[in-house]
Design a protein around this ligand. Structure first.
Ligand SMILES: [Zn+2]
Length: 259
C-alpha cells in the first residue's frame, strides 16, 4: 500500500502492526538516448511496490530529486543535480517525521551510484543522526551507556539504507554497477516497456550503453523479468527476517514446557 493512499484508519493499523515503511530514493539523470530520465527512481519504486505486494508494508513517495554530481551529463541532457548537503538535511527532516509517525522500521532503497555514492551517504548520515538524536531526546543522557540495551531493542536498525540489489540477488548475477547498459535496460523493459526505445541506440550512443560486459542492445524483458524476480525475492527474505519476532531460544521453549 502507498502511504499517500492510506486512510487514517489504515495508517493506524500499519503502525500498530509494525509494518515497515519502504522509501524509494533516486534521481533524474540521463540514461542513454533510449531510456527515461527517471530510471533510478522508477526501478526502486517498482521494486518496493512489488515487495509490498508480498510483505505487509507501506511504500512512501520517492525522494525524486537527489544529487547526481552531473557525473553522466550536464543539465542540458536532462540530468538534475542538488546540493548533497541540503538534500541530506531535507531527508533528515522527512526521516524524523516518519519516526514521529511511529514507523518501527524505515528502510530506504537506493539504486543510484550504490551505497557509497553521495546520495546514499547523505541518507545514511541523516539516518544515523536521527537514530542518535531521537534516542537521546526520548531516553535521556547515557541512553546507551547506563545499561545494556534489551536485545529486543532494535533502535540501531530502525532506519536503514538498503541497495536495490541485495547480496542474494547479486549472487544470482544481477549487477547494480551498470549505467544504461544491459541490466538497467532489461529492468526497465520488463517493468515499463513504454519507457524504452531500443531503436534510438545508434552508433553515437555513449560508451556506457555499450560497455563490453553490459551492452544495452542485448537487453530483453525476459532477462529483466529474471532480474526482478531475484531482486524481489531477496528483499522479501531480508525484510521478513528483519520484522519477524525473534524466535524463542531453546531455553525459553523448555521453560514454557516446564511451567
Ligand atoms: Zn542508473
Amino acid at each position: 500500500m502507498r502511504l499517500q493512499h492510506l486512510l487514517p484508519n489504515q495508517f493506524q493499523k500499519a503502525i500498530s502492526q509494525g509494518w515497515p515503511l519502504l522509501v524509494p530514493a533516486g534521481v533524474i539523470e540521463y540514461h542513454g538516448p533510449h531510456m527515461a530520465l527517471g530510471l533510478d527512481t522508477l526501478v526502486v519504486d517498482e521494486l518496493l511496490e512489488r515487495v509490498s505486494a508480498r510483505v505487509d508494508s507501506i511504500v512512501a513517495p520517492p525522494f525524486w530529486y537527489g544529487p547526481t554530481g552531473y557525473a553522466v551529463t550536464g543539465a542540458n541532457q536532462g540530468t538534475l543535480d542538488v546540493s548533497t548537503e541540503r538534500f541530506g538535511r531535507h531527508v533528515k527532516d522527512v526521516l524524523n517525521s516518519f519516526w514521529d509517525m511511529g514507523f518501527k522500521w524505515i528502510i530506504v532503497c537506493i539504486h543510484h551510484q550504490g551505497l557509497d555514492g553521495p546520495e546514499a551517504l547523505s541518507i545514511r548520515q541523516a539516518a544515523a543522526e536521527v537514530i542518535f538524536e531521537r534516542s537521546h531526546l526520548e531516553r535521556g543522557d547515557a541512553w546507551w551507556g547506563k545499561a545494556p540495551l534489551d536485545p529486543k531493542d532494535k533502535v540501531f536498525e530502525r532506519i536503514q539504507v538498503w541497495p536495490s540489489v541485495l547480496p542474494a540477488a547479486a549472487a544470482q548475477g544481477v549487477v547494480m554497477a551498470d549505467h544504461a547498459g544491459y541490466y538497467e535496460t532489461s529492468l526497465l523493459m520488463a517493468a515499463h516497456p513504454e519507457l524504452v526505445k531500443l531503436e534510438l541506440l545508434g552508433s553515437d550512443a555513449p560508451w556506457f550503453c555499450n560497455a563490453p560486459d553490459s551492452k544495452a542492445t542485448q537487453a530483453s524483458s525476459e532477462a529483466g523479468n529474471l532480474m526482478w524476480q531475484a531482486m524481489v525475492d531477496a528483499w522479501e527474505a531480508d525484510l521478513s527476517r528483519l520484522t519477524r519476532p525473534a524466535r524463542p531460544s531453546p531455553t525459553d521453549v523448555t521453560m514454557q514446557g516446564l511451567f
